[in-house]
Design a protein around this ligand. Structure first.
Ligand code: FE2
Ligand code: FE2
Length: 144
């Protein structure tokens, strides 16, 4: 395992998770409509899950002798006109990208079994995030 490259990739994922925290928390504030509350609750849960991922990454970066980034990946903010559906679509796109990036990280850590286990655990949750958004968006058309 190339420790330097792994630390760099872990930091990149940390910055993505920080952006996910910011995005989900922001969406939990601004989601409109009379059916907003379950979406608000879900967005708050996703923000907390992203913080849990960020925590795993930051601690692992330290354990490997690196220094955790305080940067946040670019956050998309189109303003107050964004609909709930557009928010969910934006989240789905970000979750799919994150999932692919974690798969890339997994290939880099094959010979560190505990780290590989950690990445697999995060991957499982990211897959769940993608699937739940796909199902929500599938139902959206029928309700309107
Ligand atoms: Fe995450
Ligand atoms: Fe996620």
């Amino acid at each position: 395992m190339d420790r330097k490259k792994v630390i760099a990739k872990l930091n990149e994922m940390l910055e993505h998770e920080m952006a996910a925290i910011v995005t989900y928390l922001h969406h939990s504030f601004v989601v409109p409509g009379i059916h907003r509350q379950p979406v608000v609750d879900l967005m708050q849960l996703r923000a907390k899950e992203s913080m849990a991922h960020a925590t795993l990454l930051g601690n692992k970066i330290m354990a490997l002798g690196g220094h955790p980034s305080v940067r946040v990946s670019e956050v998309f903010e189109p303003g107050p006109q964004q609909t709930t559906r557009e928010m969910l679509e934006e989240e789905l796109e970000a979750e799919r990208k994150t999932l692919e990036e974690y798969k890339g990280l997994l290939r880099m850590v094959k010979d560190d079994v505990p780290l590989e286990f950690m990445v697999r655990g995060i991957l499982l949750e990211e897959q769940g995030h993608v699937e739940s958004l796909e199902i929500m968006l599938r139902g959206e058309g029928r309700e309107e």
